[in-house]
Design a protein. Structure first.
Length: 131
């Protein structure tokens, strides 16, 4: 069945570059993990993943650098369906890989810095407002 609701969002680009860091599952969460406009910590039996300002990440850790975060201005109700599909589908069609972080109120779409302008163009073409 085809998606009947196409959502339009206000999307705000955060100013700082973001890192996605992989650590061992038993590692302590370092103090630097909570820096910047976006930070997230996810622990599974296989890994500890940290999303934070890239300027504080020690160089000896396995990490993906140079991500730009786009925030869907919320809050978005849990009952709203198709939120990520409205944003990620067009990015996928544009061959833009993403990393997504969700919070209680909203979602953050991370794209590599060299693709951020193209992502902004795609968002605008889909009717989203970029701020």
């Amino acid at each position: 069945m085809e998606q009947s609701t196409q959502h339009r969002f206000v999307i705000r680009q955060l100013s700082e570059l973001i890192a996605v860091v992989r650590m061992a599952p038993q590692d302590e969460v370092p103090a630097w993990a909570s820096t910047g406009p976006l930070s997230a910590v996810v622990r599974t039996p296989e890994e500890l993943t940290i999303v934070c300002n890239q300027t504080v990440v020690p160089g000896n850790l396995k990490s993906e650098l140079d991500w730009v975060a786009f925030k869907l201005e919320g809050p978005l109700p849990f009952s709203m369906t198709g939120v990520l599909a409205s944003v990620l589908g067009p990015l996928a069609s544009g061959s833009i890989p993403v990393f997504v972080v969700s919070t209680f109120d909203t979602d953050y779409i991370l794209v590599k810095a060299d693709l951020a302008q193209r992502a902004r163009e795609i968002f605008a073409a889909e009717g989203h407002k970029i701020s």
